[in-house]
Unconditional design. Sequence first.
Lengths: 163, 112
Amino acid sequence: MTSITFHIGKGDSLVNPSSTDAAKALAAMHASQARLAAAANCPPERHLAFAGLLGGLVATPALPTTWTLVAEGVILLGIALVVRWDRRRTGMFINGYRTGRTRPVTFAMLAAFLLLYSASTWLSRSLGIHRAPLPLGALTAAVGYYASVLWQRTFRREMGLTA
Amino acid sequence: MSVSLAFDPVIHPPARLQIMAVLATVQDAEFAMLRKTADISDSVLSKHLSALAEAGYVKLRKAAQDGRQRTWASITRTGRAAFRGHVAALQALAGVVEIATEEVSEPLPVRA
């Protein structure tokens, strides 16, 4: 059993945890993270809300420019409401951009969203295909739902739960 | 990213380590949720949160919800660095990660 003496002050006190103590502390820490992941579990309607907001943003160029801005404002308000809902439902908020194994999922989703939003705007505004944003919005909602579920699975695995 | 091994006596008590582990994962958390995940009583959590806040590792704020005042906690930048260093020290000690023998034979740096 490894033991290390840690000097914790100006030589006035010492803490001397053993390797067993350290392993126990880490196990208790992982247990609390697993409880956190279980408590943070999202219901299907939360994934749907997220998917709907993303899909809605990509579909907005189907509207005239003025209404696009109004619709985007409403969607941004929707995002704020989802954050509030998360806080009320779980008593916490987990940032999607947090460091960890979920970050690649977040950036892949963001890249897909930006690509689809750009395509939607280009098709509607530059090529005059005003209905093109609608199927792209539906596609984005599907991608958003999948990404939201994948993010949660990745988070649960990182916190030591089976997906 | 390099993390220095820095055993921290403020974080050392198991309940505080659990609280810090949760706060390092979330943006912020409400008192009742912390109590549930750390599996401790109200009074114990309150005491540990005060100690962590006093050390500058945790920021506490009150917010009204459903007509009641609720306490929300979030980790500070200093707290996050201290937590990472402490966990790295525990992992080294537990043999979860390997560090050079010379490093182990010397007292590890500590934030007091």
